[in-house]
Write a protein that binds this ligand. Structure first.
Ligand SMILES: [Zn+2]
Length: 505
């Protein structure tokens, strides 16, 4: 099939809500299926992510008061779907700030009512969360936000999590299968039922709530099998029937990919036991890639499938509501992992995003980066310790940050926010709006001996100034309103208002 035919096919597929043809590993993600229509993105968007329980516990008006008056927010990112949100406890791992109610209820699924007709092509039909009774976040919040001059975005976050396998009928059926044939709690992006479920959600939002929804922010913090092994999160996946069939169609040997990942797992297990191969860890790692290039082929198969799914959703959203912004959350691994960064190419994103929200959480980022460096040292770079390769790592990533033993305590600088913002702005070349995430009490969830840096009004202000000085088109106050100390939220609002005053004068 020629490039032209392929794009035509993709266009037709998206128009009818079908799936993209598989892209070969390394092949570009398909171009958008419809011509780009200017979207009415707000100038200087100021978004904020709001959990379902915040509206329920604090009241819609009170939350809107806080985010608008204190935070100067002009666009609500309300969770319309959660993989499992949990209220905060006073002394919990993520402490309850100076607002909200404590609790430990877990709520996953949709926080809005949807028409089942959008889910005819999937076995995932029943995912309405009832933990908050009949609370419908779109009906409860959208009109009130608009009455205040704010926009209302649906925040559709599709992370993996253990909750949904138990609460959504058939959810376990669409999960990835790991190297050993075991099911997981991570849905597979090559599973037609999961893809139809994701498409159905976008349809149900844009067609079901045409006057309420002003835009959609879509997210899924997921990584391929190789990246997951370095991240220390899971055994490699996915090896389900759909992924195997797609690999075969692309000429990738399933058996050799499985053998390669088994041997890679053995190498990392040897590293965990400090059983150094005679040639060392990195040379042995590279030798494995030479012996089994299928390791990287399978990683690309996963990443391409993940990005295809997002391109398909974007194409569908543009076909339904071309003027409504549809964009994506980019997880913070993008800023830590040179491997993930190579997979997530901003130039490609120009084809299928109106905006990108970057998880540039600098205060929590020190502890998070230190953890990632330890994982590198536990796996591919086990020949050295994090302090030994830190300078080289900073060179690769373009950072000037603290020494390793001070990272968690000092956090990352505002310069980190500026560098990430600038890189994204240059990468998308003006075709996609860039919204850095501003760290306001983002937790690290790290237990350790090193003290962890916490947000202050000064860190919040510095991050906002860094983001805009680097060319940001807006910011998203992050992660969650529920986690933020109100003084820090106010500091964000003060900095944003001052910026506006300065811009006018
Ligand atoms: Zn699969």
């Amino acid at each position: 099939m020629s490039i032209f035919d392929r794009r035509e096919f993709v266009r037709l597929c998206a128009a009818f809500g079908a799936f993209f043809a598989p892209a070969a590993p390394g092949q570009d993600v398909p171009a958008p299926p419809v011509s780009r229509v200017p979207v009415k993105n707000r100038k200087d968007l100021v978004g904020i992510q709001v959990r379902g329980f915040s509206w329920v516990d604090e009241g819609v008006d009170a939350v809107l008061d806080n985010i608008q008056d204190k935070g100067d927010v002009n666009t609500v990112w309300a969770y319309t779907f959660s993989y499992g949100e949990q209220r905060l406890e006073k002394n919990g791992p993520i402490p309850l700030p100076d607002h909200g109610k404590p609790g430990n209820t877990i709520a996953g699924g949709a926080f809005y009512d949807y028409d089942r007709k959008y889910f005819q092509n999937t076995i995932l039909k029943d995912f309405r969360c009832k933990v908050y009774g009949d609370f419908n976040v779109i009906e409860a919040v959208a009109s009130k936000a608009k009455a205040r001059g704010m926009s209302f975005f649906a925040w559709d976050l599709n992370n993996a999590g253990p909750t949904l396998n138990d609460t959504i009928p058939n959810y376990a059926e669409v999960s990835e299968v790991d190297l050993y044939g075991r099911g997981t709690n991570r849905p597979c992006f090559n599973n037609p039922d999961y893809r139809a479920f994701l498409s159905g959600k976008v349809e149900s939002l844009l067609l079901g709530y045409p006057s309420e929804i002003d835009g959609i922010a879509w997210g899924s913090e997921r990584m391929g099998p190789f990246e997951n092994m370095i991240g220390g999160i899971t055994t490699p996946s996915c090896f389900c029937g759909f992924c195997q069939a797609k690999a075969r169609a692309l000429g990738i040997s399933v058996g050799r990919a499985q053998s390669g990942y088994r041997e890679l797992e053995q190498l990392f297990l040897a590293a965990a036991r400090n059983q150094r191969p005679s040639d060392g860890y990195f040379v042995s790692f590279w030798r494995l890639l030479l012996k089994y290039p299928e390791i990287l082929s399978w990683e690309s198969l996963w990443t391409d499938s993940f990005q295809e799914a997002q391109a398909q959703l974007y194409g569908m959203a543009k076909a339904i509501a071309p003027a409504k912004p549809f964009g994506f959350h980019i997880m913070q691994t993008m800023t830590f992992s040179p491997f993930y960064r190579a997979e997530e190419d901003y130039a490609k994103r120009r084809n299928f995003a109106d905006f990108l929200k970057l998880a540039t959480y600098n205060t929590a980022g020190g502890a998070r980066m230190a953890k990632y460096l330890r994982r590198l040292s536990d796996t591919v770079f086990h020949d050295a310790t994090p302090p030994e390769f830190l300078d080289f790592y900073y060179k690769i990533m373009g950072y000037h940050e603290a020494p390793y033993d001070q990272l968690a305590g000092s956090g990352l600088s505002a310069d980190y926010v500026a560098r990430q913002t600038r890189q994204a702005v240059e990468g998308v070349a003006g075709e996609v709006q860039i919204y850095p995430g501003i760290d306001i009490n983002v937790p690290t969830l790290l237990k350790g001996d090193a003290p962890v840096k916490h947000s202050t009004p000064a860190t919040v202000r510095a991050s906002i100034e860094a983001a805009f000085s680097a060319g940001a088109d807006g910011v998203v106050l992050a992660r969650e309103y529920a986690e933020m100390q109100l003084a820090n939220l106010s500091a964000a609002g003060d900095a944003l208002r001052e910026r506006l005053v300065q811009a006018k004068s």
